[in-house]
Design a binder for this molecule. Structure first.
Ligand code: DGJ
Length: 751
């Protein structure tokens, strides 16, 4: 419109300059200019805000009464003039009068929308209603995207809400969060505080949520949403992902599919209590409300303080989940995950091998093993600390982060030195948010511990959670990492564990203000992590929580990877990794070869882990000669394949949920190289074996197929090994790589 206006103005000016006598064209131009100015004024009067990626448009409009409505969320418009046609919905009220109820962008409590609100406040005078009116909006470029900030205000109370949206155009990812603040005379109470609110319109909605438990992470369940609400939430305090994962898929009109159909992937960045509300309203629209769980969290907000919600991240696609996942992976690596574009370290961990039973000498041996295996690092797990109550098992020691003298006479410096001698990096396990009642820390600071003053104490793994909402405790937790790093600058890595949910829910620090506790506790953790990150920006850290109890994109701003699950049985891991890959790139997913399900071959176990961030947690000396040779070669192969697995595009080809096999392939960004992982789980007798059709290749290039990760002395039995095929053929006909044998796997490179 602007350019066409310019064009007509220039024509009129030219006509005047050259004294053009053709009055009818001049008149026409002048009329067009006037019309355009008028429609522009009208459009301004009806303010339109667009949050757009290359493929998606989220469109909001301000109504004449000044309220802000979502008028569209879906495929990007090709014709910008069409935005003018979008309307906020107006429904006739039952008495025949026309009400103003549309789909308000951040619906409030007490207004004319009778469904679940995004925000609810008890004002200083006790009034529980809020009406938000549009004030202003600004857009600015941020790394990788465009940020839109919309300011809304109540007219009766000095309450302000700022809605933030960052749209990442190329990756087609949007993240949204909100800020709530006020200038009332005394604190207000927030009892709903969602990150954002999104509406969808479709005939049917299918939700896939993921339930979870220890050693059972990422279990998908798909249901059709019907009128009313479905809520997915947790109340675990610290470990958002332990019973319900903080992510979901939506399929529109049909359950979400891998390579076709309209889907949305959504996830919230909050390791504390979260709540996803899915509500289908009276006109069949679905509202999605991602939020901190308001359970036991009526939050007192003082004047001038800003309540910032967690980020909600979502990716939409018309081509199924595969595309949405790849976009999320690209976005995560580039803009969200700590050191997201950097390499990752392969490692040897000792937890599944030694448990608590080790000493300086046996660790020095393991470090040599790590070197011999060919991995980058040795990672020392639980059991290295505490002296008054040494950490012999999980009953004592948490909180006393001094190396146990009887086990490790030369402390961490001795371990760092031994690792250097062996030629590997050294990483160390901590669980800094926790305390055992049998510890010096507990004896000194019982007031730092979340505990009921008058009730019997309930223990989860014999431990209690520190009250990290208390700034003094934050200093202490920061000090654990800081002291290890100051005294041992060569420590190369931390595994940060969190094995307990919050029990005995009472914060000594918050006293009368328990409603703020759950939220301030998580913010306390962020304060600590921010301080660590600022001081040690290049320190890789693994996020662990009794397996995969924590995996979210806020924590991943500080961590380089997370531990998917303590369940390392390769069969189970195939399912877990499949689910988690929907939301997280392979380079963030730690996967270690262990002795879980020893009945499977070491090759099968290694091949399963090699499709993520590879590590080992096994007694290497117990392996047969062939197995040992195999793992040494597998590490070398992994290093070769890393650019594809960690940086490339992932295609989930054959789902373990749909049969007895699984296959995925990774393709380098330039499509010159690819790697295919194929697994046979429990094939049925005489089950026909289908070819695996690859994806993402260049159809006009020729790829040479080579099977790698073969047992020593074995040659490939695959017919395709060593042959050349066009990308087109590989994607249309595919390769015969499945077998009818349980626990078989094949890894193939395509160059
Ligand atoms: C739980 C983790 O998931 C394990 O890998 C291990 O670190 C133990 N905690 C140690 O207590």
């Amino acid at each position: 419109r602007f350019f066409s206006l310019l064009y007509h103005i220039r024509r009129v000016v030219a006509d005047l300059r050259f004294n053009n006598k053709n009055h009818s064209t001049m008149k026409k131009s002048i009329m067009l200019i006037a019309a355009m100015c008028m429609t522009s004024v009208m459009t301004f009067a009806q303010k339109v805000i667009r949050v757009s990626t290359d493929k998606t448009d989220l469109v909001m409009k301000v109504s004449p009464k000044g309220r802000l409505y979502q008028v569209y969320l879906g495929d990007k418009f090709v014709n910008p003039a069409d935005y003018d046609n979008l309307k906020w919905d107006v429904y006739a009220a039952s008495d025949g009068a026309v009400s103003q109820r549309g789909h308000e962008v951040y619906a409030t409590s007490g207004a004319e929308d009778y469904f679940e609100p995004a925000v609810a406040v008890t004002h200083a005078d006790g009034n529980m209603t809020t009406y938000l009116y549009y004030q202003s909006s600004v857009q600015k470029a941020v790394k990788g995207g465009t940020e839109t900030v919309i300011t809304l205000q109540d007219k009766v109370y000095p309450l302000t809400v700022k809605l933030h949206y960052v749209a990442y155009a190329k990756e087609n990812v949007i993240k949204a969060w909100s800020e709530i603040s006020h200038k009332e005379k005394s604190p207000i109470t927030l009892w709903r505080y969602s990150s954002t609110m999104l509406y969808f319109k479709s005939n049917k909605y299918f939700l896939t949520n993921y339930h979870s438990d220890w050693a059972k992470e990422g279990q998908p369940e798909t249901t059709q949403l019907s009128t009313g609400k479905k809520i997915i939430d947790t109340k675990l305090g610290t470990r958002a992902a332990m019973q319900a994962e903080p992510f979901f898929e939506l399929g529109f009109d049909e359950p979400a599919k891998e390579n076709e159909g309209k889907v949305m992937l959504g996830t919230i960045g909050w390791p504390g209590n979260f709540r996803f509300t899915f509500e289908v309203d009276n006109v069949g629209a679905l509202r999605v409300i991602p939020a901190i769980n308001p359970y036991a969290s009526d939050y007192k907000l003082k004047a001038g303080e800003v309540f910032t919600t967690p980020e909600f991240i979502f990716a939409m696609s018309d081509n199924g989940m595969g595309e949405a996942s790849r976009n999320l992976h690209d976005w995560a690596r580039q803009y969200q995950v700590n050191m997201g574009m950097d390499d990752r370290l392969t490692l040897l961990n000792n937890w599944e091998n030694t448990g608590f039973d080790f000493n300086q000498q046996s660790l020095a041996e393991l470090m040599k093993d790590a070197k011999d295996l060919g991995v980058d690092m040795f990672l020392l797990d639980d059991g290295w600390f505490a002296n008054k109550y040494p950490r012999k098992d999980d009953h004592a020691g948490l909180g006393d982060w001094e190396a146990t003298k009887s086990k490790l006479p030369e402390g961490i410096p001795g371990l760092v030195r031994d690792a250097k001698k062996a030629g590997v990096k050294f990483g160390i396990w901590i669980e800094p948010e926790m305390v055992n009642p049998k510890s010096e820390l507990f004896e000194k600071h019982p007031d730092w511990v979340i505990m009921q003053p008058q009730r019997e104490t309930y223990y989860y793994r014999n431990q209690l959670v520190l009250d990290i909402s208390n700034p003094k405790v934050q200093d202490y937790v920061f000090g654990i990492v800081d002291r290890i790093m100051t005294e041992n600058p060569d420590v190369a890595y931390f595994k940060w564990d969190c094995n307990s949910v919050i029990t005995n829910i009472y914060s000594p620090y918050h006293k009368q203000n328990q409603g703020n506790f759950y939220i301030d506790h998580v913010r306390g953790i962020y304060n600590v992590l921010t301080r660590i990150h600022n001081k040690y920006p290049n320190l890789p850290m693994m996020l662990c929580s009794g397996g995969g109890g924590r995996m979210d994109y806020e924590m991943l701003k500080y961590f380089t990877e997370f531990w998917c699950s303590d369940d390392t049985d390769p069969y189970e891991r195939i399912y877990i990794q499949w689910s988690l890959s929907k939301f997280f790139p392979a380079k963030t997913m730690g996967s270690h070869v262990t002795n879980w399900n020893k009945n499977t071959s070491v090759k099968f176990r290694t091949d399963v882990c090699s499709s993520c961030k590879l590590g080992f947690d096994i007694d290497l000396k117990s392996l047969s000669k062939d197995d040992y040779k195999f793992v040494q070669q597998a590490v070398k192969n992994y290093n070769e394949m890393k650019p594809m697995i960690l940086e490339g595009d992932q295609y989930r080809l054959v789902s373990p949920y749909e049969g007895s096999h699984c296959a995925i392939n990774y393709v380098s960004k330039d499509k010159q190289r690819a790697v295919l992982f194929a697994y046979d789980l429990h094939p049925r007798y005489k089950e026909p074996q289908m070819n695996v059709k690859l994806q993402g290749l260049n159809s006009t290039k020729l790829y040479t197929v080579k099977e790698v990760n073969l047992m020593p002395g074995k040659t490939s039995e695959l017919e395709c090994n060593g042959k050349q095929y066009s990308g087109d053929y590989l994607m249309k006909v595919g390769l015969n790589v499945f077998t009818a044998q349980d626990g078989t796997s094949h890894v193939l490179t395509l160059e």
